[in-house]
Design a protein around this ligand. Structure first.
Ligand code: 9D3
Length: 231
């Protein structure tokens, strides 16, 4: 699978893909990640932004550099890639989308900055994605998030068990159960006795109950309940 990321800050993204599971996957030849400098596609002195029609504060990213970048990547790939614009106005990115996008073969991720991107880029993209309801400075971190989540769903990038477990742990009706490791007592806090009992039936019941308890506490929305206003 091939990922092409278009950004005005290529140096911000490069180190992120140079360690961990994404680095191993590239070395194994399972994925390719290409990072492109948007300014290289801005013929007029690399200027990528301009003032908004209709007025208002801040600058808007011009459409042409994005279109030219997608054209150049399409020529390089040899067929039409699936194009995603990362924007605060996008659809909320979720695990089921990561699994679907992993089947696309070639993904292009366009990162916006400033007050946003000319809407004609959003209209032409196959998908406009946001990673959550908080304000970031641009689409670079969201692009890294999407690449990592999608790459994990490419066969071979993580073990088959972990890839399959992704759905039941994070997209199913409840969250994962709490985990413990050594020592048995840490600063006075004990590992629940049941986990040391060796009784696998009791352990399974305990984990199930704790997973539901934690879901109710932290993610009532997954159970169809409303979210508390304060943390
Ligand atoms: C006046 C409204 N603006 C907020 C000050 C809108 C706005 C413009 C640009 C909000 C954020 C951004 C930059 N963010 C992204 O490009 C972005 C993003 C995000 O902010 N949150 C979650 N997902 C994403 S994906 C891209």
């Amino acid at each position: 699978m091939r990922f092409d990321i278009v950004t005005i800050y290529p140096e911000m993204l490069e180190p992120f893909f140079s360690s961990g599971v994404l680095w191993s996957a590239q070395k194994k030849g399972l994925i390719e990640i290409h990072i492109h400098d948007l300014r290289a596609f801005a013929p007029d002195r690399g200027i990528v932004d301009d003032r908004p029609y209709g007025g208002g504060a801040g600058m808007v990213m011009r459409p042409e550099p994005f279109f030219r970048a997608v054209d150049a990547i399409t020529r390089e790939v040899g067929r039409r890639p699936y194009v995603i614009l990362l924007s605060a106005q996008g659809k909320l990115f979720r695990q089921d989308m990561a699994r679907e996008l992993a089947r696309k073969g070639e993904l292009v991720l366009l990162c916006g900055r400033y007050e946003g991107v000319d809407e004609r880029v959003a209209e032409t993209a196959d998908l406009e994605l946001s990673i959550g309801d908080y304000v970031l400075a641009g689409g670079e971190l969201p692009a890294a998030v999407v690449v990592e989540a999608v790459a994990r769903m490419v066969p071979g990038v993580v073990g088959r068990y972990w890839s399959a477990a992704t759905d039941s742990f994070f997209c199913g009706p409840r969250l994962g159960y709490p985990q413990y490791t050594r020592p048995r007592v840490f600063r006075g806090m004990r590992v629940p006795e049941v986990l040391l009992s060796g009784n696998h039936e009791r352990i399974a019941r305990f984990r199930e109950r704790e997973a539901w308890r934690k879901t109710l506490e932290n993610r009532p929305d997954l159970l169809g309940l409303s979210i508390e206003a304060d943390p």
